[in-house]
Design a protein around this ligand. Structure first.
Ligand code: F6P
Length: 483
């Protein structure tokens, strides 16, 4: 349904993120192709699409095709306002500063962040582009919700251009401790950019705490409880920004409905049959990213095969690794390494009939994902650092019969909420191997007790709660806290 709004339409509510929920497809005629557009990857889109389908507002973001100008349009009930990025913007702002500077810096420097002044200049320029697009389309007094690390300067730019707006910001990824954030040559500018918001949302209380400590340390802001008091040159308070945790979630109803759909249940049976009906199916689902701990997972699995604790006749590990940021060097290196490792494991342990690791470098529609969740006895989420990890929440939601086991890294935001998972430290390979064996042999009653507890948590905290909580808090009147 592609209705076109009259040119010059102003919106009372706008979400702004680096990516729109749809990406321009380059390969035409693929299965998930929908009129030249397909769903873009990652947790941010998974979380925000349900809100934007229902809300009367617009989504501002990049449409995924460099150098192409696209006019505002509507897709699956969402009003979309595309921001044009040049090939240079993509290289310097997106691949460079966002994904080779900020991404590794905010994820515990798992890969070394690179600091380049030309990348920073482009980041500033592109953030201005996004802020300008919002300013042009926002009605008087509109509520604007800025998303994620790619757009940290937008709140300040918007406040300067449009003091009438109410501005929220949500960080989908971790916020690093000040000791690590300190490395960033432009740390002051980033904190100042964020402090243009009325409300800053983070995944975990520790992320909000890290941000507030950085605001104090690098900008000299005074922090009172959940408030950051920004002062002018004369020492008077010019603005109060609040910082709080709002753990993100998923569209629970959509996933549970799919999990009860007979066609999808049949598909999950088919998947197991196609694998030769092994006793145990293990599953990993990740963007192909070095933060996800895929190497650590494969190492643990290989050792279990080597020690004969897992036999290729009895078990298969399905690893879905969806393509991501393929032009960034660290991602290219990772792909080579993972594919080399998978080749090595399969070459060593496969038989004509059985395969140790079924590796799939694809992204799949949600229906197929749910079928995979239903087919898997053990779900492996082994991230070295992850803002939340919605895959863990999707798996639990899909297990409507309270069966199956979730192995979950304690370094994910999800571990704060899914306390009945088998929690692991992915750097501890022996610990991970023990957890895998425990999951494979988990007594039915214990599995049920754990899954029930986790399902209860998610069913009462779905993504609608998340957005309603955030937007409710954004619209509260702020009373200055001097305690
Ligand atoms: O959830 C974190 C995030 O970086 C989002 O901001 C982003 O949309 C998603 O992962 C996928 O990454 P990318 O847009 O770089 O493909």
């Amino acid at each position: 349904a592609s209705k076109r709004r009259p040119a010059g339409t102003k919106f009372d509510f706008m979400v702004v993120s680096n990516r729109l929920p749809v990406d321009r497809c380059t390969s035409e005629g693929t299965e998930d192709d929908d009129g030249g557009w397909r769903r873009s990857p990652g947790g941010l889109v998974t979380a925000l699409a349900p809100l934007m389908t229902k809300a009367d507002g617009a989504w501002v973001g990049w449409h995924g095709a460099p150098d192409e100008t696209v006019r505002p349009f509507s897709h699956e009930g969402m009003d979309l306002v595309p921001v044009q990025l040049s090939s240079d913007d993509v290289e310097l702002y997106y691949e460079g500063f966002s994904n080779a500077t900020l991404w590794p810096l905010y994820h515990d420097v798992i890969a070394p962040p690179e600091f380049h002044r030309a990348w920073w200049d482009s980041y500033r320029k592109v953030n201005r582009k996004f802020a300008d697009a919002v300013s042009r389309h926002a009605a008087d007094g509109a509520t604007i919700w800025v998303q994620d690390y790619q757009l940290q300067l937008v709140p300040r730019l918007l406040r300067e251009a449009r003091p009438d707006l109410r501005i929220g910001f949500f960080n989908h990824i971790p916020f690093p401790p000040p000791e690590i954030f300190a490395q960033l040559p432009w740390r002051k500018e980033i904190i100042d950019g964020l402090l243009g918001a009325d409300l800053l949302g983070f995944q975990r209380p520790s992320d909000a705490g890290n941000f507030m400590r950085s605001a104090r340390r690098f900008l000299g802001a005074s922090v009172k409880q959940q408030q950051v008091h920004v002062k002018g040159p004369d020492g008077a308070i010019t603005h109060i920004a609040r910082a709080q945790a709002f753990p993100i979630s998923i569209a629970v109803e959509q996933i549970s409905d799919l999990a009860k759909n007979p066609a999808i249940i049949e598909r999950s049976r088919q998947i197991r049959e196609d694998l030769g009906n092994p006793k145990t199916v293990l599953l990993g689902v990740d963007r192909l990213d070095y933060t996800k701990g895929i190497r650590h997972r494969l190492k643990a699995y290989e050792e279990l095969l080597d020690e004969g604790l897992i036999k290729v006749e009895d078990a298969t590990l399905i690893q879905v690794a969806s393509p991501s940021r393929e032009r960034v060097e660290q991602y290219r290196l990772l792909r080579e390494e993972i594919e080399g490792t998978v080749g090595h494991i399969n070459g060593t342990y496969d038989t004509i009939q059985n395969t140790a690791v079924r590796y799939l470098h694809h992204s799949y529609p949600v229906e197929e994902m749910v079928a995979l969740y239903l087919a898997a006895d053990v779900m492996l989420v082994t991230a070295l650092r992850d803002g939340m990890n919605l895959v863990a929440k999707e798996y639990v939601t899909a297990r409507t019969q309270d069966t199956g086991a979730l192995i979950l890294s304690e370094f994910t935001g999800a571990a704060d909420q899914l306390k009945q998972a088998l929690l692991i430290n992915p750097h501890d390979i022996d610990g991970m191997k023990n957890a895998i064996m425990r999951a494979v042999n988990l007594p039915v009653r214990e599995a049920r007790r754990r899954m029930k507890g986790m399902r209860k948590q998610i069913l009462t905290h779905d993504v609608d709660h998340w957005s309603a909580d955030f937007l409710g808090a954004l619209n509260e009147k702020v009373v200055r806290d001097d305690s």
